[in-house]
Design a protein around this ligand. Structure first.
Ligand code: FAD
Ligand code: EGU
Length: 470
């Protein structure tokens, strides 16, 4: 068989984790001609009857799509997603207000996590130089030799050696444990006080219960719910709420009271019985934010996706950022001729500032939403953003636009956002100062007769009365 790159001895790349980022990375490394093996704890999800795991659907945007495009998967995945052209803000009274994401034709996609994972695994398997190993849980590995130990369900062990280990084993990465034992490795993790719970909204008479092409949002300060559409005409609603509030609700009646108070319009749509049942199916799930650096050890091992940077989901960017990691690594591989000893440090140098920036942005948005975002405030802020962008399209670009619809480096997007904020504030200050100065000037030039300024009480009353009655 012909080798894609014509190399005589292919280097062996082990990808640990066959989740979203691991499966995509398998395509990237296989495409370059490496001898690729993927090791995944779970059984093949394409054969599994029940797929457990986090969130059912995800918002896919530009960065993720670009990464899929590199391996020829964009069109296929996009065709299986549901476009969301706008957010739909639900007020407590049940009023719905759409706010577009951008110009016509700009949208994000609601994609099914399990389906996306399956498609990526199937695509990876089209490369003859790629081998999948399910039921392989990494227990330990040696940063010195690169020797990995896997355990299997039958209790057996497997030892495998590779030239490069690509850790895509998620937020609780087993590979990362060895990084933590080393000197000069920076690590921070923060659990936020909120948990999330997923609830399904079934179709009504065979149709979507709400308008399908929207990301539905119920912003209620500390409580928030989001709903994304699925191909089977259901919506997956994700309720975000502080853990202590989750714990306060212990009976079916308390569930109904809570929804009656905050999300009354969703009760008939989710259904009273379903709500009472599903609320107690699983406890609230935790969310963690993890930052670390460097992302590599020598020329042996590199962290990508959630293993390198778990972010809270309040920007819809976790998977998108992980997918972008794959492109960035691939670009550096191209520049540096696949020399791992040069590529790995360069990847850390280039990628850390951007992944840290998106982790910070997502956390910032969490704090902001929780502090004072109700539906009125959300509508106001998004309309203001869109308004300024409309009048100054080249000066003011909303942060979410840079994050969601461009490949502007995340840390550059933050810089630009801070600069824009200054410009906007200066603009307001200038406007206000101008008004005061201009007003003063006019007053000095045309000093009003002081006697005319002091209006007798009875005259004032007459004026007020005429104002109200006219
Ligand atoms: P994972 O998806 O966690 O995959 C890791 C894989 O490694 C798993 O298959 C696991 O079985 C395997 N594994 C773990 N340990 C081992 C081991 N020791 N040995 C072998 N294999 C192992 N992102 C978006 O872009 N848009 C969104 O709208 C969005 N919404 C979200 C909503 C919620 C509520 C949450 C929690 C997250 C959301 N995300 C979103 C983030 C997204 O889910 C993650 O960023 C993404 O799944 C990361 O992919 P990954 O492959 O790095 O990790
Ligand atoms: C959370 C959970 C609206 C899927 C952030 C917007 C999210 C998603 C927003 C989840 C919000 C929040 C943005 C997108 C997206 C908004 C975004 C959040 C998808 C700033 C499945 N967020 N999410 N921002 O602008 O840029 O619409 O679980 F409510 S998509 Cl929290 Cl664009």
């Amino acid at each position: 068989m012909e080798e894609p790159t014509g190399r005589l001895t292919q280097k062996k790349v082990a990808i640990v984790g066959g989740g979203l980022v691991g499966a995509l990375n398998a395509c990237y490394f296989a495409k370059r001609g490496f001898d690729v093996e993927v090791f995944e704890t779970r059984e093949d999800i394409r054969q599994a009857k029940v797929v457990k795991g986090r969130s059912i659907n995800l918002a896919l945007s530009h960065r993720g799509r670009q990464a899929l495009k590199h391996v020829g998967m964009e069109d296929k995945i996009v065709s299986q997603g549901i476009p969301m052209h706008a957010r739909m803000i639900h007020s407590p009274s049940g009023k719905q207000s759409p706010i577009p994401y951008g110009k016509k034709g700009q949208f994000i996609l609601s994609v099914d996590r399990a389906n996306l994972n399956k498609e990526l695994l199937t695509e990876a398997e089209t490369y003859p130089n790629m081998k999948m190993n399910f039921d392989h849980k990494l227990k330990d590995w040696s940063p010195e030799t690169g020797l990995m130990t896997f355990t299997r369900l039958d209790g057996s062990h497997d030892q495998i050696q590779a030239d490069l280990i690509v850790a895509c084993d998620g937020a609780f990465s087993a590979i990362r444990k060895q990084f933590l034992r080393r000197s000069r490795f920076n690590y921070s993790q923060t659990y936020i006080p909120h948990g999330y719970m997923e609830l399904t909204m079934p179709p009504v008479n065979g149709e979507f219960a709400m308008k399908p092409n929207y990301l539905h949002i119920w912003p209620r300060n500390t409580f928030m719910m989001i709903a994304l559409p699925n191909l089977d005409k259901t919506f997956t609603c994700t309720l975000f709420m502080p853990f202590d509030e989750f714990e306060k609700i212990t009976t079916e009646d308390e569930v109904m009271e809570f929804f009656q108070e905050y999300f009354p319009d969703t009760i008939p749509l989710i259904g009273v019985d379903a709500l009472k049942r599903d609320y107690f199916r699983l406890p609230g799930q935790a969310m963690v934010s993890i930052k670390c650096s460097p992302y590599h050890i020598g020329d042996k091992c590199v962290l990508m996706g959630d293993a390198a940077h778990a972010v809270v989901p309040f920007y819809g960017q976790g998977m998108n950022a992980g997918f972008e990691d794959c492109i960035v690594f691939d670009e550096i591989m191209e520049q540096l001729n696949e020399d791992f000893s040069a590529v790995l440090p360069e990847y850390t140098r280039v990628r850390v500032p951007d992944d840290h920036a998106i982790a910070d942005l997502a956390m910032y948005n969490y704090i902001e939403m929780r502090a004072h975002v109700n539906s009125k405030w959300f509508l106001f802020r998004k309309h203001l953003d869109n308004f300024l962008h409309f009048f100054l399209p080249n000066t003011i670009v909303p942060l979410y636009t840079m994050v969601t619809f461009t490949r502007t480096r995340y840390h550059k997007a933050v810089d630009r956002w801070q600069w824009q904020d200054k410009v906007i504030n200066r603009g307001l200050l200038f406007g206000a100062t101008g008004a005061v100065l201009g007003g003063s000037y006019l007053l000095i030039k045309n000093p009003p007769d002081i006697n005319k300024l002091i209006i007798p009480t009875e005259k004032m009353w007459a004026r007020l009365m005429s104002f109200w009655t006219s």
